[in-house]
Ligand binder design. Sequence first.
Ligand code: 26V
Length: 854
Amino acid sequence: MPDNAQQTTDRAIPADESPTVTRAGYGPAFSPTHPLALAPVGSPPHSVDGFVAAFLAELNTKQGVALSHSSTNAQYLALAGTVRQYLMARWLETSRKTHEAKAKTVGYLSAEYLLGRQLGNALMASDLNEIAEKGLAQCGIDLTTLRNQEVEPGLGNGGLGRLAACFIDSLATMDVPCIGYGIRYEYGIFRQTFVDGRQVEQPDTWLALGSPWEFPHPDESVQVNFGGYTEKSVDADGREKTTWVPSWNVLGVPYNYMVPGYLNGRVNPLRLWSAQATKAFDLSIFNAGDYAEAVRAQTFAENISKVLYPEDSTPQGKELRLQQQYFFVACSLRDFLDHELEEGFDLHDLPSRIIFQLNDTHPVIAVPELMRILMDERGFDWEEAWEVTHQCFAYTCHTLLPEALEVWSTDLLGRLLPRHLEIIYGINDRFLAEVREAFPGDELRAGRMSIITEYPERGVRMAYLATVAATKVNGVAELHSQLLRDKVLPDFSALWPERFTNVTNGVTPRRFLKMANPKLSDVICDAIGSGWVTDLERLKELETYALDDDFLAAFREAKDWNKRRLTTLLRNRDGIDLPDGHLLDVMVKRLHEYKRQTLKLLHVVSLYEQVLSGKLAPADLTPRTVVFGAKAAPGYRMAKDIIHLINRVARTVNADPCLEGRLKVAFPANYNVTLAEKLIPAADLSEQISLAGMEASGTGNMKFALNGALTIGTDDGANVEIRRLVGDEHFFLFGMSEPEVAALGARGYDPGAYYQGNAAIRAAIDLINSGIFSDGDRGMFESVTMSLTHHDRFMALADFESYVAAQARVEERYADQESWTRSAVLNVARSGYFSSDRSMRDYLRRIWHTQPML
Ligand code: 26V
């Protein structure tokens, strides 16, 4: 806690000072038949005239402007408001239906949601595209222009946050009750710019031009306590009771977002919490007469939801991050228990009404929080509380990297959440007793499995806490789940083998095929109808079309159209020129050494070097444009150096006439969901080249295959399953397998030997060190080249030769356009498995034991 909070809030705030908030029930006031409610589904009328009337009313009465004087932003806000009206009736109806049915709900707890733009998705989900387009045209407005006005809510770092967004889309589409819970960051993932080729971060002011998709509900705010101490007492029945006496608190204000199902009338809530100062917090200071201090205190409270942590090279033990985690989890549990359940609900039955899915360890503090509520507030004894808690949580692990596993120091935890730390110790004591009973005398094992670690300081291993608490623990692709069992949590999977399972990730076909790739969608619909949008396995029916010349031509035409669209976008957005007729080779994902952007870059540098040195005639180059998109965590030095190097290589290569324009590198800044939606449909080749055993799943890999790119990839994450399904001939596999990586590591990996032993590697690295990309400065990229030749933790040099050989196979295949297109079609046809709808079905059956309402 910062100094100011310490001074001003050491007065203990008793729990009963929480603001009294009454909440309307879900009875008649919400009924769509009530006279005050919006008309039911279908109204405002699904007609162009009705739409225009609603739009103009929004523009005039909400934006306060006449059409003739309205800005693009005012028009966008009015359009969003109009679409919202259509979704509102469905939203209220969904809420009523779900409460009436007392259906079991999925509580998806995630610190990140990388939603992407809302307007296009809302129009698609409510079948309003055509009506909106025509209606706006009547007003002289272009729908695409308004869509481009939206700043996407980038409330996530990468795959984990995007997965959460895909999952809530699928649940709504499958008519499954779900509440997404998270944080309404005022600043999302930073906006990336390049200055002299180096990444410079700008704040993401996504709320600045208005936020038409959210409904704030200050009336439903929740108090969250922090700090203080605990007191033991004995109640009338002689039972020991613990009371947490916190020292400060903040208010969580919910902001509801609508998550519309695709054409099914369901609209689930996504509830994001924003932090505000409580009255108690302010008053204690105002009473002391220090106005400036009071304002400072308010800022302190609001800091909690101020900014998304851009994932660093190691998870930072930052106090604010733990505050964020507890803040949103405490709000969410309170919200569900007090507001979603009917009054008087017996919490012993809680597992029949909710399953909280823990999206990585970020929300794991929910486990001791639920224990605390049940024991300290509802009088459960430990065993009763644990039984319920255990049934209510499931945990998804999203990484294998040891440094990415969160550990919170007990010092910090004890200071911020003293009661929770006590409960964690209690959980650990009982758990270790169970271990000792199962493995008598095996103290080493008990030590290994302890939730509490002693090194480098005493801390709580959140992944262990999650595993001990959860009914199910899952990895996100088959290989990852296997490695999770065998390497990350082997002792746990020996103790509870049935607890571990796999659910391979997926992506929503609505956003990433239908919406992002309308041309290919039309081609597919012309061939097999539109059922695939909600039943992606039906893409299988395309297999027979892989031999149909007309279909292949239409497929290729769609790809060309997507390339032209991308060319226009990058010209206007970045001043980048994409040449015609090139193989578009795309690597977009967060910048991390394990993902090996340097391997791709070495390939580019090597091609360039071969032309420079006369080993390769430019005419023998396959015309190729390599596109990178990647943000580096602001504190991750090596990642930022790699970005700098990519930009410098691009500058030199793009300007060198010796390549005759046959090799280009493009690195548009600020890769995000919006850009992904344009880049992925245009790609020919998808780069999925992480070191085997490092990428938990990947989801970009699925989006590319689904959009008809071929993959060059290692046997890692979900690549394994993609290759198995699309077939070896239609996937360019290279590199060591995970066991080979492990064996090489065990033998002792010496990257220097690859540098010395492989002329192409040496020439490429020497070219970087020659200063050709750095105005003669030979030391500029030393950090990168030294790291490769001396450490190369992710074995890029060991896989280089195999990678180059696979790229040669790519070029050979690409030269035969018919064969390439056929493979691309088969990639689409065989990617149905990677729908997030299928992932959701797996979670429903194997983990959540809930059902769609239909
Ligand atoms: C976090 C960190 C933190 C510091 C150390 C380096 C590091 C490396 C990776 C991560 C990511 C952790 C969580 C995450 O985003 N995992 C991603 O989850 C996706 C959805 O399941 C999955 O497709 C990606 O493979 C996985 O990296």
